[in-house]
Design a protein around this ligand. Structure first.
Ligand code: URA
Ligand code: CA
Length: 441
């Protein structure tokens, strides 16, 4: 097949055939199509779009470009959850143990931090000894024995997506609904998920900033899942401020433990229960969402969720005593408050900027080879809509290098807007998207 013809066809706005999309995905995976042709086609797709059939074809071809995990030996439906990425977004560490404590089987393949967003694997690795690299056999055995496992993807999962994602990152072609949808869903399908609950973020810290774009992304992913015959639904949830109060790897593990121990709550718990309740419905373990949330809440209150997290950490080689004593997690040397420059109401946050502040502290990577400092990050002390007085802390920086404090504090002050009037609070759950349609909150 002549790739120039395929590029020209998309450039003119045509729909690519299944064979053309197969050649594109295979060429990306095996390197037989050069990067400049792949990049040109990606840009044409950004401008011309893809219809539902093309998007599903691309997803299936990317899934088939590598190995596909077979979870069929696990009893029941394996449920998975995927977030499009956020800041202080630790729902996985809260809802996976709760769902497993309710009887769900969660075989989860997670990612590392990307850009301003955190990644579950980096958070788990902040627990002393905890490994996120397991063979497929050990992964499946762990899910059979304790109900859950969270590991990284093997090198061979969706190589076409790996190649295309790396190119998109450097050619301005990340922000495109069919490309994002096929990238995410291909990895979920390849990781063997039987049913999928998606958390599509919207707002100042999300990949998609506007509600309409976020709903379009949710619909595209739900459509692919439905065409692939997989039960799938999505919630569109707010990322107008960090979801939890803690941002940083060990700090986010601490917040998840505090929640599972009943010492903390807030928006992170609320979203975790909304998503987890739907996972239980998808797994056939709850009658409806209300029943699912009630079961998750019961597992929280009985301590079963925290015990399940300890079992999972131990099974992955980590020090499960962190669940009883969070001071066993890595701690930063310096805790420095950032005071509010004036009195008023917290009216907006640049959540992406807050994510990058944490990254620059060492909580994330700027280059693939950067080494993460598990202890550093920040704890938000004010939320949207709250009144703050001048001098009262907006957040506490957890640093190992105190010389960074001044510059980081200045960036933090510009990331948080304080106004005279109290603004209306943005909703936490904006919409639920299923194959039946979009239900706005
Ligand atoms: N996450 C992914 O895995 N792929 C995208 O394209 C965007 C976010
Ligand atoms: Ca099964």
């Amino acid at each position: 097949m002549n790739m120039v013809d395929v590029i020209l066809k998309k450039k003119e706005g045509g729909a690519l055939s299944t064979e053309e999309i197969r050649a594109f995905a295979r060429g990306a995976a095996d390197g037989s199509v050069p990067d400049y042709q792949l990049a040109a086609l990606l840009m044409a797709i950004c401008f011309r779009g893809m219809d539902a059939r093309e998007t599903t074809d691309l997803t299936m071809e990317m899934m088939r470009s590598g190995s596909v995990v077979d979870l069929s030996s696990i009893d029941g439906v394996c449920v998975d959850k995927h977030s499009t990425g956020g800041v202080g977004d630790t729902t996985t560490l809260v809802l996976v143990p709760l769902a497993a404590a309710c009887g769900a089987k969660v075989a989860k393949i997670s990612g590392r931090g990307l850009g301003h967003t955190g990644g579950t694997l980096d958070k788990l690795e902040s627990i002393p000894g905890c490994s996120v690299e397991e063979s497929e056999e050990a992964f499946i055995r762990q899910v059979k024995e304790i109900g859950c496992a969270v590991i990284g993807q093997s090198r061979d999962l969706c190589p076409a997506d790996k190649a295309l994602y790396a190119l998109r990152d450097v050619t301005g072609t990340v922000g495109c609904v069919p490309l994002i949808a096929s990238s995410i869903v291909s990895k979920k399908l390849a990781s063997g998920a039987g049913a999928i609950v998606l958390d599509v973020k919207t707002g100042s810290g999300a990949l998609m900033r506007t509600l309409e774009e976020s709903i379009a992304l949710a619909r595209a992913m739900v459509d692919i899942g439905a065409q692939a015959g997989r039960p799938i639904l999505a919630l569109v949830t707010g990322m107008d401020q960090p979801l939890g109060t803690h941002v940083g790897n060990a700090l986010e593990v601490k917040e998840a433990i505090d929640i599972l121990a009943g010492r903390a709550g807030g928006d992170l718990l609320t979203v975790s229960l909304e998503l987890g309740g739907r996972m239980l419905v998808a797994a056939g373990l709850a009658r409806d969402v209300a029943d699912g949330k009630a079961r998750m809440t019961a597992a929280l209150e009985s301590g079963a969720g925290l015990r399940k997290l300890a079992e999972m950490i131990a099974a992955q080689g980590g020090d499960a005593r962190v669940c009883e004593d969070v001071s066993r997690l890595p701690q930063a040397k310096h805790l420095i408050d950032v005071p509010a420059p004036q009195s008023g109401y917290v009216s907006a946050m640049d959540t992406t900027a807050i994510g990058y502040i944490a990254q620059d502290m060492g909580a994330g990577r700027k280059r693939k080879t950067d080494v993460i400092d598990p202890a550093v990050g920040l704890v938000m002390r004010a939320r949207l809509g709250e009144r703050v007085e001048a001098g009262q802390p907006l957040c506490t920086l957890h640093l190992n290098d105190a010389s960074q404090a001044e510059a980081l504090a200045a960036r933090m002050r510009s990331a948080v807007t304080i106004a005279k009037e109290r603004a209306a609070l943005p909703p936490l759950v904006y919409a639920a998207v299923s194959p039946e349609g979009v239900e706005r909150a």
